[in-house]
Design a protein around this ligand. Structure first.
Ligand code: NAP
Length: 463
């Protein structure tokens, strides 16, 4: 008689693709005591932790501390890590179906949205996603061309990512030095000429997406004033009604009013918040960005109650040599996995992957995190989200809706990767790289010194 799937005799074998926060939260939930599950977590990068390592701002070490929780999950006996394994290239959907009973996709939102305006492809026009990856030492962005020799930069969007990039541009080297910002970025920022950073919103101050802590921080910058124009803080009736009783938004407004009152104090840099402006053209001079033309907007309440920006046909041009669009992340499709291109997510029902063409659930395949619900919420939001998807899986297991993998031998995937010449990085190998980074950080008074290049990480393992 064959043993039941998910029993002590035949533990359920789960593959997770993507070792960011949702991947680890899914793993933790799967590995809970008494579950009889083993987890193999794959990532295309050598280092795990996804956005915690490569997205969260380096001066937000308190948020990065969550990685300790992920390390506890990685220490569970049923957990294996396979870094440096690219899904779709090194291993395929078919391979996973052969060796795992269930698959979880937790790949986040790795791409970004574009503005779709002339000049967007000029040098020094980039997404905040790329800029963040560059200063956080993401191996794929080590050589991103970032030119900080201009006097002003424009950040489009008023979410927390916009706040992160504006703050990093506004901070002094003293404020960044004791973080884990990548060495190459720190060196470039030390020579930055940028004095004015414009954070530009297409709607008004009542529609900002940043949170209280992030706007509060703008009042504590050592070498930058935060400037808000009093004239731009006046709310129209619909906006006032929209935020009535919304204490977080009222608090945001209070901070912005305080900045308007304080005004400029003579610090060498300035972060300007500007409202009701949409970039319509990036203006070039001698192959470089010279300015960004903005259309002034007014707000219109739609029938559904949404408050939308509407162009007035009036324009303003802001001189700047850099533009960072921070208008939202976007998921990317994966070979063999359903994808909803419009929303940039894997279509799903409570975490169960759905085939868009048939409308049917794809048995044994699940999704969690940003690739499930879109790029919203903070790191911790991914925990309940991942638990929800894992619960869907256990529900399916209980109802016998899962098909056991034809070759569940845990050694089979190792043999396959070796046969293909894939240099996968194990959990112990990552620990070795991690220890080297932390030791180097200790010497220099930082949480860690990131090893950026893949080859340099692998060299640590050969030493
Ligand atoms: P976000 O919060 O969705 O903000 C996107 C911004 O882009 C909004 O201001 C939006 O304005 C604007 N936008 C979108 N399309 C635009 C266009 N075509 N033209 C001009 N502006 C446009 O996204 P995010 O900042 O990328 O952050 C993603 C998630 O990560 C959020 O949940 C965020 O809180 C989280 N996060 C948290 C932290 C933290 O906790 N410290 C740090 C970073 C990120 P509209 O409102 O008008 O659409």
């Amino acid at each position: 008689m064959t043993a039941n799937l998910g029993s002590a005799e035949r533990p359920l074998r789960a593959a997770i693709i993507g070792a960011g926060p949702s991947g680890f939260y899914a793993a933790a939930s799967l590995l809970k005591e008494g579950n009889n599950v083993t987890v193999d977590l794959f990532d295309r990068l050598i280092a795990p932790h996804g956005l915690v390592r490569y997205g969260v701002a380096p001066d937000h070490q308190n948020i990065k501390a969550v990685a300790k929780t992920y390390d506890r999950t990685a220490a569970e006996p049923g957990f294996r890590y396979f870094g440096n394994v690219d899904f779709g290239k090194d291993i395929t959907h078919e391979d996973l179906k052969k060796h795992y009973d269930v698959i979880f996709y937790t790949t986040g939102a790795q791409s970004d949205r574009k503005l779709g305006i002339p000049g967007e492809d000029l040098p020094n026009s980039m997404s905040a996603t790329e800029f963040v990856a560059w200063y956080n030492g993401h191996p794929d962005y080590r050589d991103l061309e970032v030119d900080l020799s201009c006097n002003a930069a424009i950040v489009v969007g008023v979410g927390n990512v916009a706040m992160d990039v504006a703050r990093v541009l506004a901070k002094s080297i003293d404020e960044l030095e004791d973080t884990d910002i990548a060495d190459h970025a720190l060196k470039a920022l030390a020579k930055s000429n940028i004095k004015d950073i414009y954070v530009v919103a297409r709607r008004g101050p009542a529609q900002v997406k940043f949170t209280n802590a992030e706007i509060r921080e703008m009042g504590h910058l050592a070498i930058a004033d935060t400037i808000v124009l009093d004239s731009e803080l006046k709310l129209d009736r619909a906006s006032s009604a929209e935020i009535e009783g919304d204490t977080a938004m009222q608090k945001n407004l209070d901070y912005m009013r305080a900045f308007a009152e304080i005004g400029e104090t003579g610090k060498p840099r300035r972060v300007h918040f500007r409202f009701l402006l949409s970039p319509v053209e990036i203006i070039e001079e001698n192959g470089k960005i010279a300015a960004v033309k903005m259309e002034k907007n007014e707000l219109r309440a739609s029938v559904s109650g949404d408050i939308k920006p509407s162009g007035t046909g009036k324009y303003e041009t802001i001189p700047a040599g850099m533009i960072l669009r921070s208008v939202g992340y976007k998921g990317v499709p994966m070979p063999g996995v359903p994808f909803d291109a419009r929303h940039g997510v894997i279509p799903n029902e409570v975490g169960r992957v759905v085939n868009l063409e048939t409308g049917k659930i794809v048995p044994g395949e699940y999704v969690a995190g940003w690739i499930k619900r879109g790029p919203t919420g903070v790191i911790g939001t991914n925990k309940p989200d991942a638990i929800e998807s894992v619960n869907s899986m256990f529900d399916d297991l209980q109802k016998n809706k899962l098909e056991p993998a034809p070759d569940p031998d845990p050694e089979a995937i190792l043999a396959l990767l070796k046969e293909r010449g894939v240099r996968y990085v194990t959990k112990d190998e990552w620990k070795k790289i991690d220890a080297v980074e932390v030791a180097e950080g200790k010497k220099r008074g930082k949480p860690r010194v990131k090893i950026v290049k893949r080859a340099d990480m692998l060299a640590v393992l050969e030493s």
